[in-house]
Every structure is written in C-alpha cells, then in structure tokens.
Design a protein around this ligand. Structure first.
Ligand code: XMP
Length: 517
C-alpha cells in the first residue's frame, strides 16, 4: 500500500517499540509513514518512492555482535535521514565517527541547548528545551563532516548535522510526550529538510486501499468473517466498496455475544450496506459443546473448535471464493518480526474472528495491515459505520462464556447479558464508556443472602469490572464517580432477576487479568 503519488517516510526499525511510535508521529504530522525492517535495501526505498528515512532508537549497542545495522549506502543516496538515539549512533559510526560505550544509562528529562547553528532542524524552537533521554552509549567523536548543533550537560553531541549530506541525528527521543517540542522537531525534518508537502488524510488512504484491493482481487470473490468488532467491520466495509457483491460476509452467532450485537451487525451490513451476509445461527451448537464445562481453557478450546467448524461449513456454501479478508492491524504485523536480524516482516497469523486453520487455503486480503487502532476507527467513521461498532470496546472471542464463572447455561447467559447491558448503558450515558478500555459484568458462581421487601433472597453476585489500559497487556482498575457506581449497583440488583449483590473489581493487571477466565 504505497502508491507512487503518496509522500512516504520510511521508519527503519532498530527496536520495535520506538519505530511504531515514530511512524505514528509522522502520520500525525500529515505524512504517510511505514516501518521497515533494518534489512531494507536502498533499491527497495527507491522502488517504494520513499522521500525520507528515520532510523529509530533501540535497545542495542553498536558494539554488540548481533546489533541491528542498516545498509550504509542509505546514507549516501541523497535522501534526508534522521537518526534517533541508537539510529544516530549507528549513522555516525557508519560515517567514521566514534561511539563510546557507556557503563550507565542516561534516562529521563534533560535540558537541550540548541546552538546558533541549530539550523532547519530546530527552526522556530527555543534555544533551551526539555527533551527525553534514554540511552547508554553516546557519540563522542565525529568526523569534520559533522557539526554539533545541540547539546545537554551530560551529552555534548545531542544533535548533529552533516555538512554536505542531508543527514541529521538526535540523541533524545522526539517521539515521546516527555519531549514537549518533539513533534516540532519531527515536523521540521519532514517539511523544512525533506521538503514534503504533508496533508495526508485517511480519506486518501481509503481511496488507495480500494484501488489496491481491486487490483489484488481482480474478478475474484472474497469472504470476510464479521465478529461484531471494529476491525472486521471496517475491513468488510472497505472491501465492499472495492468489490461490491463479490464480498460475502459470514457472521457466526455463537449465542455468546452481548445484547443486541448480532442484530446491530445484521442491520448495518445487510440493512444499510446491502452486503451479502451469511449468518450462521449456531447458539445451540456452542451451548451443547459447553454443557457442564467449568475449566476456562477447556471452554475456550471448545468454542474455538466449534467456531472453525461453523465458519468452514458456511464458507463452503459460498462457491468460488479464493480470498479471505482479515482485520490484521499494524501492531500484529510489527510484533511478529525482530529488529535483530529478522529477514523481513513476517505476518503473525492473526485472526480477528477466531483461529481459522491454514488448510482453508485462502489468499489473504489485509488492507488494515499498516494502521493503528484509532486510525481504523477514523476509517470506520469515514465509511459510515455506526458509532456502536466504531467505538466498541474490545470483546473476547469466547464472549460471555468467559464472563460466567462455572458452567454456561442459557439461564446464566441471560443473567450476565442483562447485567452487562446495564453496565454498558450506564457507562454510555455518563460518557465513561469511551474513557475506559473495557467495562463489563461478570456472573460469579456464588450465592449470597439478601433481603428484598420483606423476603429473604438467596441469589447470585455480579462483579463489575472497569479498566484503563493502553493495549490490554497491562491494566488498572478505574475509579468511577460515586453516583455512577451507586446507579450501577441499584440498577443491577433491581433489574436483573437472580442477582442480589454487586461487587466492584479493584484488581490491576498484573497480577490479575482483565477477564476473569
Ligand atoms: P486478559 O484477560 O488476558 O485480556 O487480561 C486482555 C485483553 O484481551 C481480551 N481477550 C481476548 N480477546 N480473544 C480475543 O479476541 C480472546 O480469547 C480473548 N481473551 C481475552 C480481553 O477482553 C482484554 O481486552
């Protein structure tokens, strides 16, 4: 996905987590950016029409045996290059400079003093500014080709520029929020140094993606599994724009979804977009597979197997489909390759709808491979998907089955579904649903004594789980306003038959997980 007309900046990955964030900042500045592995060749950059290169930071030292390196011809192509942290060290070493090994790391905020020769990289910026440092080694000596343009007390060569080639290097991290003017440094590199125009917007991504899908798919037919989530919905809407009635969507109703979710997907895709949608009504099949199963892993396994069976059966009904569209996102792609000598980007076999086996032999269509989640949401809005789908919180593949502790029964499903709907309703009405990562109800296999009217009750406990998280890997419980917590408690006990007690989960991850099973 990189039409020649689009200005593209290559971020060369020398340590995955930094590269993603840099690409992100470049896109926020209105320039399309893609992350490439460090094995990328100058010829590749030329072929891809890359207009500037940024070398990411990374945890390595240039003195490590297996340190990631780049093809040094990249520095002499005439392309503007900005080396960040380890990228700076690699660049100066490649150009004859000296990098000194450090015994300790410099980590945290520092004051950068920009020289009078700060030039285009620091144009419009103050002569002193706060920057974030996170490095061990540093550049000690540079050849006469380089000049120092900024420094900190601990790091004399905090920014360098080459005298005759468009090469720049900075020891600090402009991509992190702790470098408040970092965005301006990046913008200066893009617009003043590389002379880019900017103005990239998601609308143009959509047009290019549609053209690309048409080229790849030709006259073929495409299958797409809808899960109710934003990624698969955006893929389906995009592919539908590209190939129209040659897109065939499959929605597996496993009976474990939230209230109204299946109907909303059907209404959106069949009712609104007029997509050829095949709904597999398989709730009974999933429920009988789950009968009496208490062990969480066993539940997941059974649901996964059943999903594959149901999906494959439905897929067989669609004749002549050779493509499978999937909502693989950028982090899924990036996580799966290593900066340390990884040959090239290998794609993790990631399936939004559940693990589909390779033996289905589809060719993959993955138009979101280069996007972050919030960019996918932006595209979803551009394509006219409803907010309930675009801003849907993450929801586990095994659905409500892992939010019923103990064996799943139709009665328990209906209790947890109702409780869950109340939690979501209150979160939405108070505007808290978009401030948190997830908010949901869990039905505990515990009965407690209560009193309602004059009657003694002996009913179940519902736990409310609300967490903040960046990526689901770590999470913290959310401190909700008291009135919201009170409303949740009152409504859950009053409106959900079979529940007489509500508890609030105050566990972070780790050591707990987000889901209870
Ligand atoms: P845990 O419970 O491991 O969850 O802290 C982390 C995030 O992943 C979601 N989750 C799943 N998502 N299939 C999914 O697509 C699954 O089987 C699954 N299990 C957990 C969970 O909701 C949270 O956002």
């Amino acid at each position: 996905m990189n039409p020649a007309s689009r200005e593209t900046v290559a971020v060369i990955d020398l340590g995955a987590q930094y590269a993603q964030l840099i690409a992100r900042r470049v896109r926020e500045a209105g320039v399309w950016s893609e992350v490439y592995p460090c094995t990328v060749k100058p010829e590749d950059l030329e072929r891809l029409g890359v207009r500037a290169v940024i070398l990411s930071g990374g945890p390595a030292s240039v003195y490590w045996e297996n340190a990631p390196r780049v093809d040094e011809r990249i520095f002499r192509m005439g392309l503007p290059v900005l080396g960040i942290c380890y990228g700076l060290q690699l660049m100066t070493q490649a150009m004859g400079g000296e990098v000194v090994k450090a015994d300790t790391r410099e980590f945290g905020r520092a004051t950068l003093h920009v020289g009078k020769n700060g030039g285009e990289l620091f144009a419009g910026l103050p002569s002193e500014m706060t920057v974030w440092m996170s490095h061990g080694d540093s550049v000690r000596g540079v050849t006469a080709d380089f000049e120092r343009i900024a420094s900190t007390v601990d790091c004399p060569n905090a920014a360098l520029s080459h005298r005759s080639l468009p090469l720049f290097g900075i020891q600090f991290h402009p991509e992190v929020a702790h470098t408040p003017r970092g965005k301006d440094v990046i913008r200066n590199f893009l617009f003043r140094i590389a002379g880019l125009r900017g103005g990239f917007a998601m609308e143009s991504f959509v047009e290019d993606a549609i053209a690309q899908i048409r080229t790849n798919v030709g006259n073929g037919n495409v299958i797409c599994g809808l899960s109710g989530g934003v990624d698969s919905a955006v893929v389906a809407a995009l592919v539908h724009r590209a190939v129209g009635s040659r897109l065939h969507c499959i929605l597996v109703d496993n009976g474990l979804m939230r209230e109204g979710e299946i109907d909303r997907v059907v209404e959106t895709f069949q009712g609104h977009f007029h997509v050829d949608l095949h709904v597999a009504r398989a709730a009974d099949r999933f429920l009988s597979r789950l009968e009496g199963i208490v062990d969480p892993e066993e539940k997941r396994k059974r649901i996964g197997h059943e999903f594959i069976e149901v999906f494959s059966e439905k897929a067989k009904e669609i004749e002549g489909a050779e493509f499978l569209a999937q909502g693989t996102l950028y982090p899924d792609v990036i996580e799966s390759h290593s900066a340390f000598g990884g040959p090239s980007v290998t794609i993790k076999t990631h399936h939004n709808v559940g693990g589909l086996p390779d033996k289905l032999h589809f060719k993959l269509v993955e138009p979101l491979r280069m996007l972050f989640k919030d960019e996918v949401r932006e595209i979803g809005k551009t394509l006219g998907l409803p907010d309930e789908i675009v801003f849907r919180q993450p929801f586990p593949g095994p659905g409500l089955a892992v939010r019923i502790l103990g064996a799943v029964t139709p009665e328990k499903l209906s209790v947890v579904r109702k409780a869950d709907a109340i939690v979501l309703d209150e979160m939405r009405q108070s505007g808290w649903d978009r401030k948190v990562w997830q908010s949901f109800a869990v039905l505990l296999p515990v009965s407690t004594v209560g009193v309602m009217g004059d009657e003694r009750t002996y009913e179940n406990v519902v736990a409310v789980r609300v967490v903040n998280s960046e990526d689901g890997m770590t999470a913290d419980w959310t401190y909700l306003p008291e009135d919201l917590v009170r409303r949740l408690s009152t409504r859950l006990i009053n409106e959900v038959r079979g529940v007489n007690r509500v508890v609030f989960d105050i566990s972070s991850k780790p050591p707990s997980t987000i889901e209870w099973e």
